[in-house]
Every structure is written in structure tokens, then in C-alpha cells.
Write a protein that binds this ligand. Structure first.
Ligand SMILES: *Cc1c(COP(=O)(O)O)cnc(C)c1O
Length: 443
């Protein structure tokens, strides 16, 4: 084997050691989080609303999030799934309602709609892999009450077009910013543009306490409903929110989605690391991107809606076809470059529980609602999502990379891409020749 051969052909990998794991916030956990959690344990007060020596970590976290993101209210909850359900309930959405969800998202977005007793309907994506505003109309009917916009992997949605569509129809917009904390659209932070925004603090996300989530809004009315829904219908600490509602006629049955003080403590310290982390990731992203584009001018990258606001957590390379993408991804793994195909290259409605409309309830409630416009899912209903997802290879950008890692990564990707492109061209050529020969024999 010559020195230049790819690792899949027995050559030396582009990197001898694997790259750091793709958990940005977790990889920056340290002394600060440990000390903050220790404070809660020493005070023996891990519950947010009372205790022997309450430290108010969740409350501080909520106030910090609201101030830093420039929003009126933030509510800590147990997960982003819980935040999505709470958001839908705050907006009064439930049985008999439909909610537009993008064809490409994590299953939680669609699952939360079902758990809220509404039903998701799916809209196709554009080159950014996010909701295509021009496909909203065909997903819409008068049973739709909201759109959940999901900026995937640090890339903003076309929020102006989505908001104006929603305003025209008189429906709500929830921003599911689970994957894109700190990403901006035209200077504005995602999660603060729609009616309600939700964040995730699960391990895979920008910041983490293992689990956790938050809900953001400017509306005192929705905030009261959110607080009630997440706390068994109660509205504790109402003075804190400046919401004057002394009667209990607003009460309704809720859940327990309360955030623990332990999570609050971890997240207070994680939050302080966000700005620095984003800056480092942007530097790495832009360096790798520049080297790739310089070396392969024909390379197609995922369309970034707002380059200045890009969260820079994952670089998407759009391959000529699905087979190329699978081979590219496999070859990069062998080079110790940990790329991946998002959601195994499949739109969210292809998961069996969604496709077959199966729930834990009798009669597949809430799918059994007699909608005037029936809800039908098919595997090929959003062709752009199926096509693009299967041929986009993502490179996670860790805040722990060094400059030399970025050089290794870019060089390895270029070498693999070029080799596979050459092989593909040669294959095409020999197919052409086959065709000529076969054609010749026939005539
Ligand atoms: C991870 C994720 C969620 C769910 O977050 P949890 O905190 O795990 O409930 C929801 N939406 C999107 C887009 C996600 O990526």
C-alpha cells in the first residue's frame, strides 16, 4: 500500500487518536459545576420551591437565561420534551388540533405534540435542512394551530418567512432550539423570535446537566399557564414573575416537570461557558470550512441561513448521492474522523411509532380524532428531506479541538473526498463503456 492510500484500504489514518466526543458542554464540565452542586448538597436543599436552606439555583438560572437572552420569562423544566409539551399546553393546544413539524428533527418534537394530544403534520425542508417556508401552505389546513420551527445543528430557520406565514394564518410559532442554543437570526437569538422558545440541556446539546430544559416567552399569560402546567396546576412564586393573579379560577390539572436544584446548579455554571465555547467552535468551523472549499471548489456544503449567527456546532457536507455519502462517512470513520449521518438519513416520520400512528393509549388516541382533513403519513411524503438527509455527512465541531486537529481533519476529508470522487468518475466511465459495448452488440 502506498502512503497516500485511505485507511479503509489499509493506509495510515489521517489521525492516530479519535477526536474528542461530541458533547460540547459536558466536555467542559469541571470544578465550577462540582462546587456549585456541592453547595446544594451541603445545604440539603435539592428542591426548588422549599427546603431547610434553599439556595435558589433554578431561580437564578431562570433569571440569568432571561437577562442574557433578552426575554421576559424563562422557566426551568426537566427536559426539552417537557418544555415542548408545556409550551403547547400554555398556548391551549391539544386534542383535535394539528401542529406543523419539520420533516427533519429529533423524534421528541413530533412526540411532544402527540403527548400533548395534538397530531403532527409534516412540512418538507429546503437546502438548509430546516423548514421550507414555501412548503408550509401545503401542510396547512384550518385544523393547524401552530408551527414548531426547529433550527437543526446551529443553523437558523427562515424565521421572517415562518413568522409572517403564521401571523397571516393566525397560528402560533414555537421555536425548538434544543440543538441551537446561542445561534442567531439577523442578530436575534433563536428561541426569542417565536411566541415560545424551548431549550434542551440533555447530554448531546450545547450545555448540559445530563437532562433538563427551559421555556422562554414574553407573555405573562402563557408564562402563568406554563408555570401551572409544569407544577401540578399550581402557581407558586407568582410575585416573582410580577404576574398579578390572586384567584385560582385559572387553575387546571398539570404535570410535574419541575427542575431539580442539582440541575439548576450545574446549568448555572455551564451557562457561563456558552459564549467562550461558541467563539472557539466558530474558529474551528471556519478554518476547516475554508480549507475544504479551497481544496475542492465543487464541494457542496449545507446552506447556512445566517452565516454571522451560525452556531458552528456541525459542518454539513452534501454529497452527490446517498451511496457516496455512506462511503464517505465509512471512510472517514476509518481515518478516525467521527462524522455521521443525521438520524440515519431518514425523516422523522419514518420512525415506526409515528408512521403507524401508534401510542400507548386505546384506539391510538389522539390520532383517532375525527379530523375534517385526515392525517396520512407515507414514507415518501417529503422528498427533499429524504434526499438531502441521506446524502449529508456531518462533522461535529468540538470546542476541545486544537488548531492541528483542524488541519488533520480538513486534510483527511479532502483526501477521502477526492479519492472517492475519482473512483466514482471511473465507475461512471466504465458504465458508459459497458453501455457502448452492449449497444454495439445489439445493433
Ligand atoms: C434533543 C432534542 C429534543 C428533546 O430534548 P430532551 O431534553 O432530550 O427532551 C427536542 N427537540 C430537538 C430538536 C432535539 O434535538
Amino acid at each position: 500500500m502506498d502512503n497516500n492510500s485511505l485507511a479503509i484500504y489499509g493506509g495510515k489514518p489521517a489521525r492516530c487518536a479519535p477526536l474528542p466526543p461530541n458533547y460540547p458542554g459536558a466536555m467542559l464540565m469541571g470544578r465550577e459545576e462540582a462546587d456549585e452542586v456541592a453547595g446544594v448538597l451541603q445545604a440539603q436543599s435539592p428542591f426548588r420551591y422549599y427546603g431547610p436552606n434553599l439556595q435558589y439555583k433554578v431561580r437564578q438560572l431562570e433569571q440569568t437565561i432571561a437577562t442574557d437572552m433578552g426575554i421576559d420569562y424563562a422557566l426551568g423544566v426537566t427536559s426539552c420534551t417537557a418544555a415542548l409539551i408545556t409550551a403547547l399546553k400554555a398556548l391551549g393546544i391539544g386534542y383535535g388540533d394539528k401542529v406543523i413539524v419539520p420533516a427533519v428533527t429529533w423524534i421528541a418534537t413530533a412526540g411532544a405534540v402527540v403527548c400533548s394530544h395534538a397530531v403532527p403534520v409534516f412540512a418538507d425542508v429546503d437546502d438548509s435542512l430546516n423548514l421550507d417556508p414555501d412548503r408550509l401552505e401545503e401542510a396547512y389546513d384550518d385544523e393547524v394551530k401552530a408551527i414548531i420551527a426547529v433550527p437543526l445543528l446551529g443553523n437558523a430557520c427562515e424565521m421572517d418567512a415562518i413568522m409572517s406565514f403564521a401571523r397571516r394564518k393566525g397560528i402560533y410559532v414555537i421555536e425548538d432550539v434544543a440543538q441551537s442554543l446561542g445561534t442567531r437570526y439577523k442578530g436575534r437569538l433563536l428561541g426569542t423570535i417565536g411566541d415560545i422558545g424551548v431549550l434542551s440541556f440533555q447530554l448531546n446539546k450545547m450545555l448540559t446537566a445530563g437532562e433538563g430544559g427551559a421555556l422562554l416567552t414574553r407573555s405573562p399569560e402563557w408564562m402563568e399557564r406554563a408555570v401551572r402546567y409544569h407544577d401540578q396546576g399550581m402557581f407558586r412564586d407568582r410575585a416573582l414573575y410580577g404576574i398579578d393573579s390572586s384567584d385560582e379560577t385559572n387553575a387546571f390539572v398539570g404535570q410535574n416537570f419541575r427542575m431539580s436544584e442539582l440541575s439548576g446548579a450545574v446549568l448555572l455554571k455551564q451557562w457561563e461557558k456558552l459564549g467562550g465555547m461558541l467563539a472557539v467552535m466558530r474558529r474551528h468551523y471556519e478554518r476547516i470550512e475554508a480549507e475544504l472549499v479551497a481544496a475542492i471548489p465543487s464541494l457542496r456544503l449545507r446552506t447556512i441561513v445566517d452565516r454571522e449567527g451560525n452556531g458552528c456546532s456541525n459542518l454539513g457536507i452534501v454529497c452527490p448521492d446517498a451511496a457516496f455519502a455512506a462511503a464517505f462517512n465509512r471512510a472517514l470513520q476509518a481515518e478516525n474522523i467521527n462524522t455521521y449521518l443525521l438520524y440515519n438519513g431518514k425523516p422523522v416520520y419514518c420512525t415506526p411509532q409515528i408512521l403507524r400512528q401508534r401510542t400507548a393509549d386505546k384506539d391510538s388516541f389522539p390520532f383517532c380524532y375525527p379530523f375534517r382533513h385526515p392525517v396520512v403519513y407515507t414514507e415518501d411524503m417529503c422528498p427533499t428531506a429524504s434526499d438531502l438527509l441521506a446524502r449529508t455527512v456531518f462533522l461535529p465541531i468540538s470546542p476541545l479541538l486544537e488548531q492541528c486537529d483542524c488541519v488533520d481533519i480538513a486534510a483527511g476529508m479532502v483526501r477521502v473526498y477526492r479519492t472517492l470522487s475519482d473512483e466514482r468518475e471511473q465507475n461512471d466511465l466504465s458504465h458508459e463503456q459497458d453501455k457502448t459495448i452492449t449497444g454495439g452488440t445489439r445493433s
